[in-house]
Design a protein around this ligand. Sequence first.
Ligand SMILES: *Cc1c(COP(=O)(O)O)cnc(C)c1O
Length: 489
Amino acid sequence: MSSSKPTPAAWTIENFLEVKNGQLHIDGVSAIDLGRKFATPLFVFSEARIKQNIERLKKAERVIGCPLKICYAAKANSNMAILRTVKEAGSDLEVNSGGELFKALKIGFKPEQIIFNGTSKTEAELESAINAGIYAIQSDSLYEIELTEKVARRLNKKANVSLRLVPEIETNTHSGLQTALLTSKFGMMPDEALSAFRRWHDAEFLNLCGIHLHIGSQTPDAEPYTEAFKTLFENLVKIYEETNLKLSHINLGGGFPVNYLRDEAQAADFPHAQQELFSATLEPSDVLQKAWRGVKEVAENAGAAHLLENITLLLEPGRSVIADAGICLTTVCNRKERPLQNPKIDLTESKIQSPKSKIQSDVWLLTDAGFNILLSMETYKWYYQLISAERADEAHDFPYKLAGPLCDGGDVYFDIEGQNRLPDYRQLPENVQPNEILVLLNCGAYSIAQMFQYNGRQLPAIVLIKETGEVKLIRKRDTFEDLLTNDLF
Ligand SMILES: *Cc1c(COP(=O)(O)O)cnc(C)c1O
């Protein structure tokens, strides 16, 4: 028997993002109802999805031969209710500042669940971390290890320290998201790390217990992880040979990608060089299985397998936990028409016919969601798929110029100045008018964590849909008074 049901759009995710009566529903709740009730722009998160994403990462433990410690990267999104959800899902936490450490302890992470990264930790931050007794302070330089020892000595407490390496591993991600190259600002060279282990392996106030690296964000393929894991292991062996020290953990960082471009129908007019990056799909357990096998082989050949025996593997996923668990509702506030722009795109590169063939003039839609709440759209020209929440089942094939509300020419959702990162047009159903509610997908990571009140814009409300179906306000919208909070006048 053939079903008459139309195939769902490629961006839908069963039991999470679905279309009912033409409207987008998230965890069964109508996005339109949420937009009307809480006003837009509005971020909506799914507790169930966050938990599934963490489960997916945890699954990797079954395919490797050691315990896995997942430390969610707080910088991706550190709203307190989100941190609580992550904690309840059984994840530990990676923090990057005294502020994030404060939030972590406040929401109830235990010290042994917390690791602390950062290039510029202050004495006060180190003091809080040592006093709390966290799992590892991840040192970024020889200078910082000295500083950590000084603070630990003053407090008469031993500090757990792991060393961040910069191993010269290149990935295919956006250049601003590469972090394991000598041209990046992070970490220390393996030789420096080795000298640190020689100097401090039996220090009274330092417990050098691990090594760490983070190759970058939205890493589209598995090889750099295998390479990174091997690098960590080679260093582990050297450290053992020179100091007899067996490390208790190695930390492979974060960077698992999210597929921002699942809907290829929306990829028309999309710069090809960016397609691979935005449509990356890696299964963390496959990546780790490969990496583990590679390292095990090296270990066995070198007669060093015993060094893997009591080791814990740490991961620091941010994006892969929270990006697709959050969406942003925005309302069209204005519409205008302009003569067609000169085509900049190279049609020979595009397999799909240019959407321009359909239109006589450029239709502009101005929304209420600017780069002050989605900064990556400006800094990295990041792509977030846009759909009509009210007409989610209609064909999204009419090209529009989309822009946010800010008094800033860079506040647009398309490619400017030939940077070729974003499509020239965004596709939505025909005849979108003011007041229609649109939704940006995959907005959970590096969005609300980076928002600011540029142009006197009130920061948006955030809701979390609980597994019970309850819709919980987890951040209230700023009032005008909030715009004055810290000004003295
Ligand atoms: C940003 C960051 C992460 C998280 O990266 P994602 O790409 O969001 O997974 C992990 N570790 C460190 C050190 C980072 O700077």
